[in-house]
Design a protein around this ligand. Structure first.
Ligand code: SF4
Length: 201
């Protein structure tokens, strides 16, 4: 198992995990719930190792942006300063928080029967994607709230991946990482730990 993780670190094919994730959404949307692992793993590793272990070699998304960004690296522009030092990371963190809030509340409403599952993709929570995601097979008997949650999760992953890719093409390949909510949460956590340590010393 240790060797497996060693081989995975900075593996040049990590981006395939990302592509497989989105492809699986076409097989059946419920696979999108695997994205929960993507969201939890960086935080679990952060708490376990007290550093951004996931960001430093295991993130398929960062690997995808690095690959994609190389295609336009000759024309890439300087990353805007407000991405690195300004409020952009807090705006993105707020977007992430609001998305999770809407996902949770709407899923609870579907589970309680107050609304029907929304079986459609949306970009940035609001904009409906004008076609239905093709499904290779349907799962019978799935709870409506689970299907709703799966579509909402896929929508969030699709939105953030699209934004990150657009940034990789326009700016430096890993520009998304400067404003990635997971990175911002990790920094807040590590700063907090350092402050507690300093106060105790
Ligand atoms: S900052 Fe976000 S996208 Fe970048 S490596 Fe970390 S988790 Fe991945």
């Amino acid at each position: 198992m240790t060797n497996f993780f060693k081989n995975l670190k900075n593996n040049k094919f990590l981006f395939i995990i990302n592509l497989v994730y989105f492809a699986l959404g076409f097989v059946n949307i419920h696979f999108s719930l695997l994205g929960l692992i993507c969201m939890m793993l960086p935080l679990i590793l952060l708490v376990k190792t007290n550093r951004k272990t996931y960001c430093q070699g295991y993130c398929p998304r960062a690997n995808l942006y690095t690959k994609a960004g190389k295609l336009t690296s000759k024309y890439s522009m300087k990353t805007p300063a407000y991405f690195i030092k300004g409020n952009m990371k807090h705006i993105m963190l707020a977007y992430f928080g609001i998305s999770l809030f809407f996902i949770t509340m709407s899923t609870l409403r579907v589970a309680s029967g107050a609304m029907n599952p929304l079986e459609q993709l949306r970009f940035m929570i609001y904009f409906r994607i004008p076609f239905k995601l093709p499904q290779m097979f349907e799962l019978q008997g799935m709870a409506g709230w689970l299907t709703h949650l799966a579509y909402r999760f896929y929508s969030m992953m699709m939105t953030t991946s699209f934004l990150g890719l657009a940034m990789a093409f326009v700016y430096k390949p890993r520009t998304w990482c400067t404003i990635c909510p997971i990175s911002t949460i990790s920094e807040i956590y590590l700063d907090g730990r350092k402050r507690v340590k300093d106060e105790a010393a």
